[in-house]
Design a protein around this ligand. Sequence first.
Ligand SMILES: Cc1cc2nc3c(=O)[nH]c(=O)nc-3n(C[C@H](O)[C@H](O)[C@H](O)COP(=O)(O)OP(=O)(O)OC[C@H]3O[C@@H](n4cnc5c(N)ncnc54)[C@H](O)[C@@H]3O)c2cc1C
Ligand code: FES
Length: 381
Amino acid sequence: MSQEACLSPTRISTRTIVPVLESVGVGSSFHKLRLGGTAIARAARPGQFVHVLPHILRSGALHDPLLRRAFSIMATSSSTPTTARSTAASSSLKIVDEEEWFEILFRVGGRGTTLLAQARAGEELDVLGPLGNGFGLEAVAQPQAQRPLLLVGGGVGVPPMIFAAQFAAQTAALRLADVSRETLAPQHPQAQEFAVEAFVGARCAAELVGVTALRLAGARVSVATDDGSVGQRGLVTAPLLQRLRELKGRASGAVEPLVCTCGPWPMLKAVAQLCAEQDVECRVSLEENMPCGVGVCNGCVVPLLNTPDDYGRYGRICVHGPVLDARTVDWGDAQASPPGVASPPGVASPPGGASPPGGAQHPTPEHSPNGSWTGAMHSEK
Ligand SMILES: Cc1cc2nc3c(=O)[nH]c(=O)nc-3n(C[C@H](O)[C@H](O)[C@H](O)COP(=O)(O)OP(=O)(O)OC[C@H]3O[C@@H](n4cnc5c(N)ncnc54)[C@H](O)[C@@H]3O)c2cc1C
Ligand code: FES
């Protein structure tokens, strides 16, 4: 892999037993967990993920299910604007790591996520993280750079966009505070010199998540739903294209925007193509099935144009990603799916669709034609 594809190659990750501080359903099909964990909360950067054993430790079922589930970090105690914090900190729980936390948001679908949604405050989970390379926003979120940040999230790709918006707003505010020697909240008008815009796509209103959190982080949010039940009808790429054209049409010398995106493969492919056409840098977070999460099983490979090592034309996104420069990914010609996902009738397998080295084709979540996760996953035996 080329160096530029590894956006934040330095990472610290640990295996930790963390307390559940808050466990709440979100809408009809999502669930949010707030987990205590100072080391993870402090080290996490937007785009990184945690790998969570999906059984609650008190249950005694330590090896069933065997495999961890990957979830993007949605927020940490330090990234979250105070207005968005909820009640856990004032609850009567006496847990050592209570003061610093991180959150994940997931669609409840398969066996693991169903179990995780049953976790209750005071119970404990086994978590590995933070893992992977993030969006590398540290250098971007500088007030003097004034580089517009366009965040594009679809379905369960929205959580890392929330962290990105919060981190960018806060980093910009802190840098401004350094300069001006006064403390600025992320919502302060000066902090808005660093503009964050978010484009959120979903199938319908019931599937829409994260809009309020993005707004609280100071982002200007555009929503698109397939059925038009909220926001603009159609795909999220339409408002994105319109905005990119506006930004590209500004006076010469303006700083180039940066697009960061996470969601299902078809949406990522469309966003990557659109950015390539507009000559805009795009960083994509790929969400493949991740059996081991630490680079040993080859279960998470995607085809890349610049190959990182001796894995032929594949990269393992648990270690080389999940965030990659969109130009380094081989998006293939097929409409819907990365290798390992059954192509819909009439759609050819992408060029990288042959079995990756070291393993058979791995199962991956199904994607709906509009690109949302369906939640219909393969089960472990
Ligand atoms: C970096 C990253 C970030 C993600 N972030 C989010 C997020 O923020 N929110 C969200 O909702 N989803 C996210 N996902 C997707 C999430 O990991 C899956 O939705 C989740 O694993 C589904 O688990 P389940 O228990 O519902 O499904 P199940 O079908 O029970 O399990 C699917 C998981 O089990 C494993 N698995 C099952 N069978 C096999 C097999 N035969 N061989 C190999 N592995 C197998 C895989 O690891 C797979 O991930 C993310 C994925 C990645 C890679
Ligand atoms: S999940 Fe095992 S190599 Fe990436």
